[in-house]
Design a protein around this ligand. Structure first.
Ligand SMILES: *Cc1c(COP(=O)(O)O)cnc(C)c1O
Length: 425
């Protein structure tokens, strides 16, 4: 059977060991093909009921007594579930704040700890927010530091030699997205960490595009620090709190720049002298977002039940299938694969470049164009990102999304759409 045959997709779906997990997510439109789980994951079917209970029982009935009946420790409880997905110990992870704020806290702490070292190393594939935060830290520390960005030569990946040349005896901190948000390039975490440690640098990994999509082994990689979000492949919902990780032996040495009461040794002492909590809690600042934390429970349980190894296996199979289809069907229409072809250095999304990428995205999303409502997203300058979430995407989803793209370009349907961009693309 040929790869462009729809029954090939059906056969792969039948053989899919994770196929039953699709029903664990809310889907209202049978024509919907959702390929944006790397931006905001779908709603698990249990989340609505669970949140309703938390709101009505814990808040409505329990009121303030609920702080002693689970609210106070909800962050720690949720963190333990998450830790198992990223190769960390439960007391090395805490869920709080946003990814951006957590990056600030950890990078600040690392630079302070490494005083005297003046280099910060990242790469030009990194997420804009991460780079802004580093630029802000350079200013905050009075321009003592220099930010070095490793250049990608193909806009897809960064080679190890380039990276190694930027790491020096003066490097305080090296920080990268484990999986690049645009190209999906994935670093060898263990190898990069080893190279940075050889120079005495601390390493901070942004796991936003990894967590719940690829197995991460922070412990086995000897990683120092990490951050990431929970609303993408983990399906925690819009505004779900992020997480931060710090290896156990660093926790007594590094301090948060935000000395809030939840990071204090004993918040309800109300002592007027700050002393940080001994463990990872010292990186908490203020009152946790209990409702958002609660929404994470059903979502993390699904990921745990499916298992990261099975998720990754299906993800590789699906992204490889997508690239095969793109090569056969879309390449003659001006598309190019803008992600690594080697599955071992690729995350769970695939970017396709096309000069009309923006309007093709508009046509894919439009209800009245074609047979399906396909939701990818657009990333400047010409990328269509197709996020594959193995928990709810089928092989048929991928097949019909590619066929829809083919029709849109062949029939020139995208020409109906305006070129001006909306605020969120
Ligand atoms: C999504 C994402 C973020 C998000 O940061 P927020 O503070 O949640 O807005 C950060 N870094 C990377 C690499 C991301 O992909």
């Amino acid at each position: 059977m040929h790869v462009t045959d729809p029954s090939y997709a059906r056969q792969l779906d039948q053989q899919d060991t994770l196929k039953n997990f699709r029903d664990r997510f809310v889907k209202n439109d049978p024509r919907l093909i959702y390929l944006d789980g790397n931006s905001i994951g779908m709603l698990p079917d249990k989340t609505g009921k669970h949140l309703k209970d938390v709101v009505e029982q814990e808040w409505g009935r329990g009121l303030i007594s609920s702080w002693n009946k689970g609210w106070y420790d909800r962050s720690q409880q949720t963190s333990a579930l998450l830790a198992a997905l990223i190769g960390a110990q439960p007391d090395e992870v805490i869920i709080c704040d946003s990814t951006s704020v957590n990056l600030f806290k950890l990078a600040f702490a690392a630079l302070k700890f490494q005083e005297g070292r003046t280099g910060i190393v990242s790469d030009n594939l990194n997420f804009s927010s991460d780079i802004y935060l580093l630029q802000g830290l350079v200013e905050l520390f009075g321009h003592q530091h220099t930010l070095h960005l490793a250049e990608s030569h193909d806009d897809i990946g960064v080679d190890m030699k380039t990276l190694e040349n930027l790491l020096g005896e003066d490097t305080a901190l090296a920080t990268f997205s484990h999986v690049a948000f645009k190209s999906s390039f994935m670093y060898n975490m263990k190898e990069v960490t080893r190279l940075a440690h050889k120079k005495g640098a601390l390493v901070l990994w942004d796991l936003s595009h990894s967590t719940g999509a690829v197995p991460v082994d922070l412990g086995g990689s000897d990683a120092d620090l990490a951050i990431g979000c929970t609303y993408k492949y983990l399906n925690g919902g819009p505004g779900a709190p992020a997480f931060l990780y710090m290896r156990k032996d660093l926790q007594q040495k590094l301090k948060s720049p935000i000395w809030g009461w939840f990071g204090q040794n004993n918040p309800f002492d109300f002592k007027l002298e700050y002393s940080p909590a001994p463990g990872i809690e010292r990186f908490l600042a203020g009152t946790p977002p209990v409702l958002s934390l609660s929404a994470l429970f059903p979502a993390l349980e699904i990921a745990e039940e499916a298992g990261m190894a099975a998720i990754r296996e299906k993800s590789i199979q699906q992204s490889t299938y997508l690239i095969q289809l793109a090569d056969e069907v879309l390449a003659p229409l001006g598309f190019r694969v803008a992600s690594p072809r080697n599955a071992h250095v690729r995350g769970s999304h695939v970017s396709l470049g096309h000069e009309e990428a923006y309007r093709i995205c508009k046509a894919l999303i439009d209800q009245n164009t074609g047979n399906w409502v396909v939701i990818p997203d657009f990333r400047e300058p010409d990328n269509i990102r197709l996020g594959i979430a193995p928990l709810y995407n089928s092989f048929s989803d991928i097949f019909y999304a590619i066929m829809e793209m083919k029709n849109i370009v062949e029939q020139r349907w995208y020409e109906k759409f305006a070129l001006n961009k909306e605020k969120v693309t």
